[in-house]
Design a protein around this ligand. Structure first.
Ligand code: NAI
Length: 728
């Protein structure tokens, strides 16, 4: 194997091949070795072009994936005073790509596997892109989801290929990833081949046929008379709609502050008004600023490093053999049970879906049918695939049908006695080694487990609604849950394509409990007399996907009441005092006095007509109007939401409910909507601007002003002083 990350070959017919082949890693990244060896390769190519030896160039990968992108290990360590270095590094990368696309002979990218970020930017510097038509192969520029922007020429080239509007909407602002067929429809790739062995022959054939005529060695933007499709900001058509772009973006982000999409838009618009090389430098400047900034650090930590850690086997007890579920029994075919059945069946696992009546069970199965029909009608699924998945779900009212299930997931009503009864019935039927899981969102797992004969085989498996869209599953380890049970539960969650986080049993576990602090803070503000419309909007402005009052209506006002009740019971049995829960009295009043349970009941903080939300309940303002309404600044409102969750997350670490920062970050973002631009609830504390000491200071101010629930514990203070972070 060569020691070079990029290798250069040229055959007798003058076809040069640039091989992307990192000798150390299993994937190619834009690390120092890449930059250095690419420099040599481009010089060799220029020499061969100069003396007419090279007739065409193929860029190909010797790895399974084409190219993974920028080296995040390096980018993540850049500090604010290294913006200059970041600029030089990215300029070097794009200078090489610019030399490649202007080398004087046609260049074709042979895309054998996924090409994301920097990987796709390499392919964009080619004059033609040919990809293997493999549905698992992904093409895209997902930098925005890491708080970054494509700095290797991606914005500059896409704007010149598709125009500002399409480049932004189709690829850049949401970092869409598309399979080759979809990418072909969007003109990102030029040709597909059916199998990897056809790729290089197709690339060679194009080069030898020089299929596109004498200008095939020039990018469109390097040809005479080139104009950006759709016009530049100076052209009347675009000038007329341009002002709506930032407004739409603000609307899309619901007022939240995400620097990356704003920077991407600025690069696209500013870059479209100047020549290619100037545009490219503008892109580098914005990139350097973003990459050393706080937001990129937080987002890269969560969406790259933490996700990687969750996907690894770090938390799985190592000595246990891998488990693969064959048949899952789902008890309760309501909203959650139906979703869980869908998640299992679409991943090839047989499901017995049981409810109290065959009719209920069939209704649960129909949910899968509805979701699949939508896919079929959009051309995303064949009728055969739909039928195959549906055939995997067996709807029944008969408990004995669950005899062969190796996993049981219970999702009946939230009632400990009922759950105990349901498990007792099932234990009589299923094999002695079947995994017993409960989808409870609030009931203590140790207590539920004690109602079965096999508490060691029992675990909480907490899905989120809607199950088909929500990737997170919280696994709750009870006092007696065995390591084998935990390992197998992790395996099942991964088997059905979800992300497991592992937490220890406690009231409300991690997610329901921390979620409760956000929505209750919103309710507390209503009680203080803040305008409920302002309160709800402040949530999305702070970066949450929904406002606290909207969410309360969605999950029902009973959920935080249950959690608080469990906390009260737990405190009573321990002889301690439950934490204060301001806002709870608002929910009690709404439910007990006015029957306003939330959306499912047709009324909550909002009013609903035929399932659609109409307006905020007007009486809120009179029922909860103190004589002197509180005055709270927008900054304090946002911080109250964020700190309420972060302080409770810290308490979860202190009490050993959760032990890993990655789990807390992923759990809080994917499960309960902690603002993704902050990198998650643990990251918010650990990477607070100025350090954890500053976090503690700000929390003290909030505690002095708004209540002791914000007061950092001694444990947290010590951690901050020691600069230790939250996790072990
Ligand atoms: P649901 O009310 O939609 O469904 C419950 C189903 O259980 C009903 O179809 C009912 O007929 C069935 N059932 C009752 N007794 C049964 C029995 N003996 N055998 C078989 N089926 C029986 O409730 P949902 O929302 O699906 O919640 C189920 C569980 O999931 C609860 O423990 C809830 O706390 C938990 N959960 C709910 C979430 C949500 O967003 N709704 C999120 C996460 C967990």
């Amino acid at each position: 194997m060569s020691e070079q990350a990029v290798r250069y070959e040229i055959d007798a017919e003058g076809i040069a091949t640039i091989w992307l082949d990192d000798p150390i890693s299993s994937a190619n990244t834009m690390n120092a070795d890449y930059i250095e060896s690419m420099e040599t390769v481009i010089s060799d190519l220029e020499n061969d072009c100069g003396n007419d030896k090279a007739k065409g160039v193929v860029i190909a990968s010797a790895k399974k994936t084409f190219f993974a992108g920028g080296d995040l290990e390096v980018l993540h360590t850049l500090t604010p005073d290294q913006a200059g270095e970041a600029f030089s590094m990215v300029e070097k990368v794009k200078n090489q790509l610019r030399r490649l696309e202007t080398c004087g002979v046609p260049v074709v990218a042979a895309i054998n596997g996924t090409a994301l970020g920097g990987g796709l930017e390499i392919a964009l510097a080619a004059h033609r892109r040919i990809a293997v038509n493999d549905r698992n192969l992904k093409l895209g520029l997902p930098e925005v989801s890491l708080g970054l922007l494509p700095g290797g020429g991606g914005i500059t080239r896409l704007v010149r290929m598709f125009g500002i509007q399409s480049a932004l909407m189709d690829w850049l602002l949401q970092g869409q990833q598309r399979n080759p067929e979809a990418a072909l429809k969007k003109w990102l790739v030029d040709k597909l081949v059916d199998s990897p062995d056809q790729l290089l022959p197709a690339a060679h054939a194009w080069l030898k046929g020089n299929a596109e005529g004498p200008e095939s060695h020039l990018q469109p933007w390097d040809r005479d008379g080139y104009k950006i499709p759709g016009g530049t900001p100076a052209s009347p058509e675009l000038a007329a709609i341009l002002p709506s772009f930032p407004a739409n973006l603000r609307k899309q982000l619901k007022g939240a502050d995400f620097p990356a999409p704003r920077a991407i838009m600025a690069v696209a618009v500013e870059g479209a008004q100047v020549d290619f090389d100037t545009a490219s430098r503008i892109e580098s400047r914005y990139f350097a600023k973003l990459v050393v900034g706080h937001n990129a650090k937080d987002m890269t930590k969560a969406f790259f490093f933490d996700l990687q850690s969750i996907g690894s086997d770090d938390l799985r007890p190592a000595s246990v053999d891998k488990f693969s579920a064959k048949r899952v029994g789902v008890l309760g075919a309501g909203m959650m049970g139906a979703g869980i059945a869908y998640a299992c069946a679409t991943r090839g696992v047989d499901v017995i879906l049981k409810d109290v009546s065959a009719e209920n069970a069939e209704q649960g199965k129909a949910y899968t049918q509805t979701l699949l029909e939508k896919k079929v009608s959009k051309g995303r699924m064949t009728e055969e695939a739909r039928d195959e998945i549906l055939a995997r779900i067996n709807a029944t009212e008969d408990a004995s049908s669950l005899a062969d299930c190796d996993v049981i997931i219970e999702a009946v009503f939230e009632n400990a006695e009922l759950k105990g009864k349901v498990f007792a019935e099932i234990e009589e039927v299923v094999g002695a080694d079947a995994l017993l899981c409960s989808n409870t969102s609030t009931l203590p797992i140790t207590d539920l487990a004690s109602r079965t004969k096999r508490p060691a085989d029992f675990i909480g498996m907490h899905f989120f609604s809607p199950v088909d869209k929500m990737k997170l599953v919280e696994l709750i380890v009870g006092e007696e849950t065995s390591p084998a049970t935990l390992a197998h539960a992790i395996d099942v969650v991964q088997q059905i394509g979800k992300l497991p986080i592992v937490v220890n049993d406690s009231r409300g576990f991690f997610t329901s409990r921390v979620f409760g602090t956000y929505v209750l803070e919103g309710a507390a503000m209503v009680e203080e007399g803040l305008d409920p419309v302002v309160v709800d909007r402040a949530g999305t402005k702070a970066g949450f996907p929904s406002g606290p009052l909207t969410l309360l209506d969605e999950v029902t006002l009973s959920l935080p009441r249950h959690v608080a009740e469990e906390a009260r019971k737990a405190a009573e049995s321990e002889g301690t005092v439950a934490p204060e829960t301001p806002g709870l009295s608002v929910l009690d009043k709404m439910v007990d006095d006015y029957g306003r349970e939330g959306r499912a009941a047709g009324k909550g903080f909002y009013e609903y007509q035929d399932g659609a939300r109409t307006r905020m309940w007007p009486e809120l303002r009179t029922i909860f109007a103190p004589e002197v309404p509180a005055q709270v600044s927008a900054e304090d409102i946002a911080d109250r939401f964020l700190f309420a969750m972060a302080i409770d997350t810290a308490r979860c670490f202190e009490n050993n409910v959760i032990t890993s920062s990655a789990a807390a970050n992923i759990g809080s973002i994917f499960g309960i909507g902690f603002p993704p631009n902050r990198g998650g609830a643990a990251q918010f504390v650990e990477n607070y601007p100025g350090g954890m000491g500053e976090f503690v200071k700000r929390a003290d101010v909030l505690a002095d002003t708004y209540g002791e629930r914000f007061r950092p514990s001694e444990w947290l203070r010590e951690r901050a002083v020691a600069g230790q972070g939250l996790g072990s």
